[in-house]
Design a protein around this ligand. Structure first.
Ligand code: NAP
Length: 294
């Protein structure tokens, strides 16, 4: 069991970063929260300097350019942050002897498998975001001497994700349900909605148990379409909005995305370290905490 750990969290005011900071503080660890104004990961010299000054044994990177359309429009910037920025962190972590924890995505897969993806499945990203994130993973695995790469999916958390307009899917559905009588949501994209609080708890558990270096899928248990996700949100909130399945192609995506991106937490399960909850349980806990529902 690890004692008190010194943990630097990059992207500390983001959706996932803020929950990792909160979980680590609540568990009594020494936390160095770093926002983009203190560390822009695309600046290699700054990464070396700031992480050396932080002196943390664990560096958690949640920072990314993850708006899929923006990445497609500006792949050079997406690679500067999601790939080369992560390489900067791997080098800086090595210089200080730190373990690098890097957050990646289900969008490294193309969805063709149509069954839960294992860590051993071959990634084949469909867009610039997924490709830049895969490049970031590979830099971590090739350079960082001590590392975890955690692939997560469909995040929602208490703290708003500013890059996606400040409303996560749950909050957006609740807002639209108040404004409309009827809604249509796509039913042909399957994922696992995952609360950032669950990921933060899972990561802390891995650190405390001394999980081996490597690549881990860390999503909630189960799967659903966006339509089914919305239906559960409305069931829990008692909303009377009329929810319909969108017709295939009714909301054409501007950028190709995997139609199926469910991940199996195979490595966590193999090590008996998986504490990710069923997605419906985590959603109910989130709606209670954030909206007082339930
Ligand atoms: N959201 C999802 O559904 C989802 C799904 C799968 C994987 N992921 C991955 O999960 C991670 C966390 O996502 P999230 O939803 O927590 O995102 P988020 O709320 O946007 O948080 C990301 C944080 O990183 C900061 N940041 C952006 N560019 C940076 C840079 N160059 N240097 C330093 N900090 C920078 C952002 O600051 P500003 O806001 O000031 O730019 C923000 O504080 C990302 O790696 C993402 O790829 C997310």
């Amino acid at each position: 069991m690890a004692g008190i750990m010194k943990i630097a969290v990059i992207g500390a005011d983001g959706q996932l970063g803020s929950d990792i900071v909160a979980a680590c503080l609540a568990d009594g660890h020494d936390v160095v929260p770093l926002t983009i104004s203190q560390l822009d990961i695309s600046d290699g010299d700054q990464a070396q300097r700031v992480l050396a000054a932080a002196g943390a044994g664990i560096v958690v990177n949640t920072a990314a350019m993850h708006q899929v359309e923006k990445c497609e429009a500006d792949p050079a910037r997406a690679f500067a942050v999601n790939a080369l920025g992560v390489r900067n962190l791997a080098r800086a972590a090595n210089a200080g002897g730190a373990r690098l924890v890097h957050i990646s995505t289900d969008y490294v897969f193309d969805g063709a498998k149509a069954a839960p993806y294992l860590e051993t499945d071959l990634p084949l990203p469909l867009n610039a975001y997924g490709t830049s994130k895969l490049a970031g993973e590979l830099f971590v695995r090739a350079i960082a001497r001590k590392h975890y790469v955690l692939r997560v999916s469909g995040l929602y958390g208490i703290h708003p994700c500013l890059e996606k307009g400040g409303l996560n899917f749950v909050d957006l559905m609740l807002k639209l349900a108040r404004e409309r009588k009827e809604m249509r949501v796509v039913d042909d994209e399957i994922l696992t909605p995952t609360s950032t609080q669950s990921v933060a708890r899972q990561l802390l558990h891995m650190l405390k148990q001394g999980a081996a270096d490597g690549l881990y899928h860390a999503t909630a248990e189960g799967q659903c379409s966006w339509y089914e996700f919305a239906a559960e949100i409305f069931r829990l909130s008692g909303s009377t909005v009329l929810l319909n399945r969108a017709a295939p192609g009714e909301f054409p995506a501007k950028v190709a995305r995997p139609g199926y991106s469910v991940l199996e937490n195979a490595n966590l399960k193999r090590l008996n370290l998986n504490i990710m909850p069923p997605w419906k349980d985590a959603l109910a806990a989130y709606m209670k905490e954030k909206h007082g529902i339930g």
